[in-house]
Design a protein around this ligand. Structure first.
Ligand code: S3P
Length: 175
């Protein structure tokens, strides 16, 4: 039962397009918790979109802002937190994800991520995928990051199959 759990956040990690934000919203409604997205916090703080931050400050500037957003959220607790796909790159972020809540890795194969991100502004809104071969880039990012997602995760949930509500149910069951 929730009242027996240590205070902390419920974090969702995984690659771009894995459904972190959509699933976070549903899990939060289910638990009666607020939800937030570190990408939204970064954009609000910067007063710029993510592509604008990458263009003006580079990826390093974005990572610094992302760390500040996570550190702030980590002090709160009781929130469902969708994170950016690269949050696990900084060791200090991995330490926060391990120690300030429960972290779920949403696992989805790169081909499925590519299908989902090819709709709407999925690729255009993500500077790391604004390349000639986004599927190749997704595969490379997964090779680099998969060990890091597994390192921070208290549980791994398949985000591949079923509607977002079914994925959210699996997250709640794993928590
Ligand atoms: C990134 C993922 C994005 C966003 C930025 C960088 C990454 O978040 O933080 O474009 O390095 O994987 P989503 O995973 O929410 O798309």
């Amino acid at each position: 039962p929730a009242e027996d759990r240590p205070p902390g956040n419920l974090y969702l990690v995984g690659l771009m397009g894995s459904g972190k934000t959509t699933v976070a919203r549903i899990v939060a409604a289910r638990l009666g918790w607020p939800w937030l997205d570190t990408d939204d916090l970064v954009q609000r703080d910067a007063g710029r979109t993510i592509p604008e931050i990458f263009a003006a400050e580079g990826e390093a500037g974005f990572r610094r802002r992302e760390h500040e957003a996570l550190a702030r959220v980590a002090r709160e607790g009781g929130r469902v937190v969708a994170t950016g796909g690269g949050i696990v790159l900084l060791p200090e972020n991995r330490a926060l994800l391990r120690s300030t809540g429960f972290t779920v890795y949403l696992e989805v194969p790169p081909e499925e991520l590519h299908r989902r991100l090819s709709r709407g502004r999925g690729l255009a809104s993500r500077p790391l995928l604004s390349v000639p071969d986004p599927l190749g880039r997704l595969r490379a990012l997964l090779a680099e990051r998969e060990p890091l997602y597994r390192e921070v995760a208290h549980a791994v949930v398949s985000g591949r199959r079923g509607p977002p509500a079914a994925v959210a149910e699996r997250v709640v069951a794993a928590w």
